[in-house]
Design a protein around this ligand. Sequence first.
Ligand SMILES: [Zn+2]
Length: 242
Amino acid sequence: MIDTHAHLTKRLNEKFELPAISRVILAGSTLEDSEENIDLASQFPGTLSAAVGVHPQEIIFDETRLEDLLQNNPGIVAVGECGLDFSHEFNFKEQERKFRAQIELAITYRKPLIIHARKAVDETVVILNEYAKIVGGVFHCYSGGRKRIPKITDLGERWFMGIDGNVTYEEGLAGVVKSIPKDRLVLETDSPLLTPLPYRGEKNKPDWVLYVYRKVAEIWQMSFEETERIIDDNAQRLFQIV
Ligand SMILES: [Zn+2]
């Protein structure tokens, strides 16, 4: 099992606990988190892989510092999370500027993007269409519903959708999962958020991606092993990891 999106930094967790699953992708929301991701991944290279990026609602953005991280740490597996977030007050031009800068870094350093698109899937796709043929990535915590799935798959075969623990209790999401092509789905926890059943209410951790895999196996009406093989293969293609 691979948790393709987790936050394990000190800012969000009182103590660090090494996950037991085969791999965890550490998403970056701020420059500090990105640096800490690199540090954590270097301590546990067999289990943790770092992404670096700045969340659309994050004010502090220093492109040079982000580029320095990419230049000096070839083990980084992705740029993100970055994108657009219109869920509360926002400055579109400012978010767009940060987003485009991170897309260009992903292209320069040949990394996939971890996309955060909240109440902004359509606008995000419009921007990505300009670059889609030369970059791949994942719509993390995909929230575009069934009708926008073709927009993502049309970006190209290097584009994926990430589904989280809320699939264990939000009925509508099961329908979304059914509609996502099996070769375009990856699973994630977004730890410490979005805890799946039966632990809903507690602080989430990467090991609980197990419950997301189980739920998808149930939706697909497939064995756990076969589900795991397909999903892990997708994550490995997306992040170029083994
Ligand atoms: Zn996240």
